[in-house]
Design a protein around this ligand. Structure first.
Ligand code: NAI
Ligand code: MG
Length: 356
């Protein structure tokens, strides 16, 4: 099987880590019978400065017509409003209907005291308060601002289904790489606040329950948790969780919070997922403070490559990359400066490739 992958480095260290992502794909063992072709695509703030748009139509067209998946580095978003500029990754999520934001948070067996953390947050990416329908009214008591929180059955159902599928797939990956986890059966935790928001979060909860009751998820343990106590337990006992599914706003907050559990931003991957398409994207930004020094940690990108492969149905290839990365972290001989080491991007990559 040959997969065509769009490479969108973007700005800053995106240009240093995306080539590492390409190299690990090219270095997968030939026994997997998996080949790749690549197409370099433009997007980002430098593209905006050069062409007047941060996301050229050509990039979107090629992704839609030619590609099976893509890797996105990072973009530098100006901190003050620049006329005509808007974030290309936000636009890409809309144009390709990438309705799920998937963020795994993981420590390795060797690096954690106690049980390793190995969870994934599956965040709905199209609705909730982020429909941005806000208004401000003048009243005799002063201004009142209101926002619409929209929850649909369709979006809640598809995000819950993908969460269930991710839980099953993670079980397959654990089986393919024994010794990397203590978990024996898949679990999905539905997060909501339906005790207060009985209609909106109530609909999310009810729809998620229904979707996850499908026959194909019979091996998945489904439970639910109110979002505030979820935060408490996530920080007290993160190793408890497997897959967490949440509406947009709670998912946004939980996923940034959970990323703090593992140390460096340079370790945390994500994927933007729709039906039949996935974009792997490290969670970090363009890191202007270390740009051009060759010391960016490539691991968030390498894990994003694995995550993309999972969604393209290549679980075995994904398991190999995860295991090679874990080996590098546990061994701790080639760590980049954000991890307290002295290794360059290239040296970290080469160590992971050797393990692969
Ligand atoms: P940042 O993630 O770029 O950097 C935060 C800190 O983490 C910096 O000290 C940086 O050196 C370090 N860091 C990040 N990734 C690293 C890696 N792979 N290896 C080693 N160290 C790493 O966030 P910041 O500084 O707030 O934003 C910089 C630019 O990136 C801004 O223009 C911002 O808008 C953009 N940004 C873009 C994102 C995206 O494309 N999805 C996400 C976050 C920020
Ligand atoms: Mg966020």
């Amino acid at each position: 099987r040959t997969l065509r992958i769009g490479l969108i480095p973007g700005d800053g260290i995106g240009r240093e880590v995306i080539p590492a992502g390409r190299r690990i794909l090219e270095s997968l063992p030939s026994s997997l019978n998996l080949n790749f072709s690549f197409v370099d695509l433009e997007a980002g703030y430098d593209t905006f400065k050069a062409t007047g748009t941060a996301l050229p139509d050509k990039t979107v067209d090629i992704l839609k017509k030619e590609c099976d998946g893509a890797l996105f580095g990072a973009v530098s978003s100006p901190s003050t409003k620049v006329a005509g500029y808007s974030s290309p990754i936000v636009a890409l999520r809309k144009k390709l209907d990438l309705y799920a934001n998937v963020r795994p948070v993981k420590t390795t067996a060797g690096s954690s005291n106690g049980n390793p953390i190995d969870l994934v947050i599956v965040r709905e990416n199209t609705e909730d308060l982020y429909v941005k329908e806000e208004q401000t009214k003048e009243t005799p008591e002063g201004k009142v601002a209101e926002a619409i929180k929209r929850i649909s059955e369709r979006a809640s159902s598809r995000i819950s289904t993908i969460a269930g599928e991710i839980a099953l797939r993670r079980q397959n990956i654990r089986t393919a790489a024994p010794g990397t986890s203590n978990r024996t059966s898949p679990m999905v935790t539905i997060t909501h606040k339906s005790n207060v928001l009985s209609q909106t979060d109530g609909l999310f909860r009810e729809t998620a329950r229904k979707a996850l009751a499908a026959q194909k998820f019979s091996s998945v343990h489904v439970e639910e948790q109110i979002v505030d106590s979820m935060v408490y337990k996530l920080f007290r006992q993160p190793e408890y969780y497997d897959v967490i599914v949440a509406p947009n706003l709670y998912g946004d907050i939980l996923s940034d919070g959970a990323a703090a559990l593992v140390g460096s931003l340079g370790l945390v991957p994500s994927a933007n997922v729709g039906d039949g398409f996935a974009i792997g994207e490290p969670c970090h930004g363009s890191a202007p403070d270390i740009e051009g020094k060759g010391i960016a940690n490539p691991i968030a990108t390498l894990r994003s490559v694995a995550l993309m492969l999972e969604f393209l149905g290549e679980e075995n290839a994904a398991a190999k990359i995860y295991a090679a990365v874990d080996g590098n972290l546990d061994d701790a001989k080639f760590l980049s400066p954000d991890m307290g080491g002295e290794a360059t991007t290239e040296e970290v990559l080469n160590d992971v490739l050797k393990r692969l």
